[in-house]
Design a protein around this ligand. Structure first.
Ligand SMILES: [Zn+2]
Length: 85
């Protein structure tokens, strides 16, 4: 039987990910499979929050909604994100 840890085991790795320079990161679009720098995405700031779309196929890559005391982040349109250390 495989052993597992609880979600607290992700704390160190996620802290490193969210501290990285995301503008230099590359992402794979879940829609078309293309890989490109996140800085190349088309960002629409006037939606209820920020909406980033793939420059190739228009798939929604990410949404960020600032709700005051909380922030809602969805990266569901990116199947992979590559960050440089
Ligand atoms: Zn795409």
């Amino acid at each position: 039987m495989a052993t597992h840890l609880d979600g607290n085991a992700l704390a160190g790795a996620l802290s490193e990910v969210f501290r990285a320079d995301v503008t230099a990161a590359r992402a794979r679009c879940a829609g078309c499979g293309g890989v490109s720098p996140i800085a190349r995405a088309m960002v629409y700031p006037d939606a209820p929050g920020l909406v980033a779309r793939c420059a190739s196929c228009d798939q929604v890559l990410a949404t960020i909604v600032d709700a005051g005391d909380r922030v809602f982040l969805s990266l569901s349109g990116m199947s992979t994100i590559e960050l440089r250390r």
